[in-house]
Design a protein around this ligand. Structure first.
Ligand SMILES: Nc1ncnc2c1ncn2[C@@H]1O[C@H](COP(=O)(O)OP(=O)(O)OP(=O)(O)O)[C@@H](O)[C@H]1O
Length: 232
């Protein structure tokens, strides 16, 4: 499986997105500050926005899902149960996954945004598409829910998963890292080598690197482990 962007360019207002790069099976993080173009790139990869120039090449990708940054944009039904069924999924399992046991009769738009985010994440992961695009999957979640979301994403055993996020505290283990810098996609490469090239790396990773540690991946636990190994 592969998705490749060749000199893709999109202009919207005064903003220009320019992207070249490829993503294979695995979990990929595209980090970047607010307004750097992450959501715009997610829409292009989901074929929901057409670039003005360049091309996108897909290999072995039959199914694509984009989890939007704002989960209320996904809502189409009057109850949580109907919402889950509209994805073609069994409510029992999804309600447990989303921590919403007993809320099947609730109006999805009366859930908190964090609860709705958990519901959407449980649904898109259960659908197991070839290409899964997650726009700010940790937005509106508390720390425990972010950790749980990370584990659920890590458990996805196959396919291409691309996470678009400015999250800098709770992150899943990933295969590669890239950054959006003012509309330009910068590929840092495979982990662990990419960590030192990641300009937007969270402070705990910068601290571990500065101390001489070599984190195996990008979680806080990886950074701690790297620092402990220096002290050994
Ligand atoms: N429909 C549009 N028309 C004109 N400009 C747009 C449109 N959508 C987004 N933009 C602009 O494109 C730029 C990139 O926006 P985008 O939403 O992709 O950023 P982002 O990195 O996802 O930000 P955030 O982290 O806040 O979600 C911003 O300057 C934004 O104002």
């Amino acid at each position: 499986m592969l998705i490749r962007l060749d000199d893709v360019e999109l202009r919207q207002g005064g903003f220009t997105l320019r992207c070249t790069g490829a993503f294979r099976e695995g979990i990929h993080l595209i980090s970047g500050p607010v307004g750097s173009g992450k959501s715009t790139l997610a829409l292009i990869l989901a074929s929901l926005a057409a670039p003005g120039r360049g091309s996108i090449h897909r290999e072995g990708i039959d199914t694509t899902l984009l989890s939007l940054q704002f989960p209320e944009y996904h809502v189409t039904c009057a109850t949580v149960e109907a919402e889950i069924r509209s994805w073609g999924l069994d409510p029992g399992e999804i309600l447990l996954q989303a921590g919403l046991d007993g809320r099947d009769g609730a109006d999805p738009l009366q859930l908190s945004r964090g609860q709705l985010k958990r519901l959407n994440l449980a649904c898109v992961l259960a659908k197991n598409p070839d290409l899964l695009l997650l726009d700010e999957p940790f937005g509106s979640l508390d720390c425990a829910a972010k950790v749980r979301a990370c584990r659920m994403i890590e458990e996805r055993a196959s396919g291409i998963t691309i996470i678009f996020s400015h999250e800098r505290s709770v992150l899943p283990r990933v295969t590669t890292i890239a950054e959006m810098e003012d509309g330009r996609l910068v590929i840092c490469g495979r982990v662990p080598g990419a960590i030192a090239r990641w300009q937007g790396a969270p402070p705990y990773l910068r601290h571990a690197l500065a101390a001489g540690g070599r984190p195996a991946n990008i979680t806080l636990a990886d950074a701690r482990e790297a620092v402990c190994r220096i002290r050994d």
